[in-house]
Design a protein around this ligand. Sequence first.
Ligand SMILES: Cc1cc2nc3c(=O)[nH]c(=O)nc-3n(C[C@H](O)[C@H](O)[C@H](O)COP(=O)(O)O)c2cc1C
Length: 166
Amino acid sequence: MEVFEAIRARRSIRKYKKGAVIPREDVEKALEAAMMAPSAVNSRPWEFYATDKEEVKQALMTAHPACKMLETASWAIVVCGRPDLQKGHGFWPQDCGAAIENILLAAKSMGYGTCWCGCYPSQPRTELVQKVLGCTSVPDAIVALGIADETPAAKGFYDPERVRFI
Ligand SMILES: Cc1cc2nc3c(=O)[nH]c(=O)nc-3n(C[C@H](O)[C@H](O)[C@H](O)COP(=O)(O)O)c2cc1C
């Protein structure tokens, strides 16, 4: 799928085909896309936790009240910031955001649906997800990944009012 086609076709999916198997290789491809993202001073201040285990997805749903779609998603990918690896001060959430968007678009190009569920800077969400993962890095978002079982309408659109050509 061509990039702009994926950008136009992507939606936040909150209902997936439960039990659908997505091979680990496809998750690794999405993670490769994540790690190909730009980052300030090329710090790459991130790490990733991927799980298809029901008990871990359940624990993430308990920690994060707005990611109930993990009930039907095949995988949860948690994108975590590593501020300790930063070379440009304070840019890690932007770096992680670029990585997250690459996951969404790579997944779309492979025929999968996703939903970006923000963690950082929301408390206690960030700390609770940290406890589930047993990590010290900062959970920036949980990405649900699965086979879409709904076709939501597009919410994004081009708004010329928000643009000034100078
Ligand atoms: C930073 C961020 C945090 C988000 N957090 C959640 C979330 O916790 N739960 C959820 O269902 N959707 C979440 N979303 C998805 C947005 O609700 C969604 O992108 C928006 O409604 C536009 O819809 P679209 O993605 O289909 O274009 C989040 C999106 C972003 C960028």
